[in-house]
Design a binder for this molecule. Structure first.
Ligand code: ZN
Length: 104
């Protein structure tokens, strides 16, 4: 996943839902954790938004998302994971892979 401190864009509908899925099946999610992350290339993003508006008929907007504001960062490998799967061992936050390595 992306390095800590990076900002991506997510696509949000007028009623606050986030675009998830992929070109084979877009869907709207009520939280940001499964949202598709886009780079901030304005030309590419403009094309993507136009395609998505045509395919879904929805009013969509791109909004910036600071990854470190949403995800936990593993203190060992620096991977970013959703808070639901982050594990705190009393000293550090661990991603599932590092947690499994410390158990084994
Ligand atoms: Zn880790």
């Amino acid at each position: 996943m992306s390095s800590p401190g990076s900002t991506k864009l997510v696509i949000r509908s007028a009623d606050g839902m986030y675009l998830g899925g992929d070109a084979n099946g877009w869907r709207l999610l009520n939280n940001v954790y499964g949202a598709v992350l886009f780079d901030q290339d304005p030309v590419q993003l403009s094309r993507t938004l136009t395609l998505l508006r045509g395919a879904t008929g929805l009013t969509l907007e791109a909004v910036p998302l600071r990854l470190e504001a949403v995800f936990e960062t593993c203190d060992r490998c620096r991977a970013m994971v959703i808070p639901l799967v982050a594990f705190f061992d009393g000293r550090e936050f661990l991603c599932p892979d590092c947690r499994n390595q410390s158990i084994a």
